[in-house]
Design a protein around this ligand. Structure first.
Ligand code: GLU
Length: 443
């Protein structure tokens, strides 16, 4: 039987990094085994599930390059089937109706030395699943080994409300069963749900899938990953100018690695090498600085035309190829492009702090000398412009930065830019001189 996995996001918000990691690991498993990935949208929380969130999740998966073979299956649309299976359990006595309240459950426990609640069948009320009195439900987890849940401590769980609408753990068990899921791979926060789902499957006489609960995600400070640690959703990573291939690669490393030394992996390497047995039990750390570094590596590998296309898509404007090529070495994210090299595309206002720092003492004279050298450089190419400007440094007996920094502020408005000679040539003589003249008039 071929492997069938699923990704089952709840559309109560955007796709977060943890969810993206779950999706990716399932995708790697499916693609590495010739199996199938089923997408199930768990939209039974009607208040918090929105079409907009569904669209965002689908869009984020698409951006990450995670495709699926079946679905999306909407859990809410399966209510009829859930009721049918619920009725089956009621009919054969594996479940019963009960009006027991939370207080009744408490009282029962107090009376029975803390043991799990067992109710008496009633004519109406919510539906509870019967948990066997003895024994234990053991979750066999590929990553975490066995976790035993002693029945004596488990309350008969409520699996449906009095109106017959089923609860989450019941729906998940039925949906996994109907979809023929062989491996349930999801976040560790779901481990406590697993015994309930196993008990449902057991009551139905169904074979349970194999389970694997992925380690929690922490920030670099060792605390549970949250907004404080930077971008939290895939959409935010995209807006911040990360490349999907770099995000995919980095997310793959959250709790798994090919071996102890490989950081950069192609899709093919990840797919071929992914192995649940190598997923770690301990929390994985999401460190945005590492993602930035990795993203920079991916950015530098892009052919300039491709880099320009990505920038053009992010910024919604064309004509960026030359500036992109110049900025490529210095960028770690696409979002860094505009502050770094936007001045090559259109004139930027002066950064007053940079101006105040650079334009003092003899800066105006140095800039004026640089202007004359640029005006005379022939041919107007990087080599000649560099020689001309270095000649100014030498003739004036100053440090290179005394000439280059005022020039940089004059053309870019700030003290950061790609290489100064390349920038001057990319701007062209006329535009460079116009900007230098304005700066000289202001200095
Ligand atoms: N819908 C759950 C979530 O978004 C996942 C449930 C599961 O994978 O079983 O956390």
């Amino acid at each position: 039987m071929s492997l069938r996995v699923r990704f089952a996001p709840s559309p109560t918000g955007a796709l977060h990094i943890g969810g993206a990691r779950t999706a990716l690991f399932n995708w790697l498993l499916a693609r590495g085994s010739g199996g199938q990935l089923v997408l199930r949208i768990e939209d039974t929380d009607r208040e918090r599930s929105t079409d907009e969130n569904v669209a965002q999740i689908l869009d984020a998966l698409d951006w990450l390059g995670i495709d699926y073979d079946e679905g999306p299956i909407f859990q809410a649309e399966r209510a009829e089937r859930h009721r049918e299976m619920l009725q089956r359990l009621l009919d054969d006595g594996h479940a019963y109706r009960s009006n027991a309240t939370a207080d009744d459950v408490k009282a029962f426990k107090a009376e029975h030395g803390g043991r799990g609640f067992r109710g008496e069948p009633e004519a109406d009320g919510a539906v509870r699943l019967r948990v066997p009195d003895d024994g234990a439900t053991v979750v066999h987890d590929v990553i975490r080994g066995d976790t035993r849940f002693e029945h004596v401590h488990l309350d008969d769980p409520v699996i449906a409300r009095a109106d017959g609408s089923v609860l989450y753990n019941f729906a998940v068990a039925i949906d996994d069963l109907d979809a023929g899921i062989t491996h349930v791979v999801r976040g560790e926060d779901h481990l406590s749900n697993t015994p309930k789902q196993l008990l449902v499957l057991e009551a139905l006489g169904a074979e349970p899938p194999t389970y694997a609960h992925l380690p929690l995600l922490h920030g670099p400070d060792g605390k549970k990953l949250s907004k404080r640690h930077g971008a939290a959703s895939v959409q935010e990573l995209r807006d911040a100018g990360y490349l999907p291939e770099a995000v995919r690669n980095y997310i793959a490393l959250l709790g798994w690695s090919l071996d102890d030394s490989t950081t950069i992996m192609s899709d093919a390497e990840m797919i071929a090498g992914f192995d649940l047995a190598r997923v770690s039990k301990s929390a994985a750390v999401f460190d945005e600085q590492k993602l930035r570094w990795l993203n920079g590596r991916y950015l530098r590998e892009l052919p300039p035309a491709e880099l320009a296309a990505r920038l053009e898509a992010l910024l919604g404007r064309g004509g960026l190829e030359q500036a992109a090529e110049l900025a490529q070495e210095k960028m770690q994210t696409l979002a860094e492009f505009w502050p770094l090299a936007g001045f090559l595309v259109e004139r930027q206002p002066y950064d007053e702090k940079a101006w105040a720092k650079v334009m003092r003492d003899g800066a105006r004279d140095d800039l004026a000398a640089a202007r004359d050298a640029i005006a005379a450089a022939e041919p107007f190419d990087v080599e000649t412009v560099e020689a001309a400007l270095r000649g100014v440094v030498e003739a004036r007996g100053v440090k290179p930065r005394a000439v280059f920094q005022p020039l940089r502020v004059a053309i870019s408005g700030s003290t950061i830019s790609p290489g100064i000679f390349e920038s001057v040539v990319a701007l062209g003589r006329d535009e460079t001189l116009a900007r230098v003249d304005d700066a000289l008039a202001r200095a």
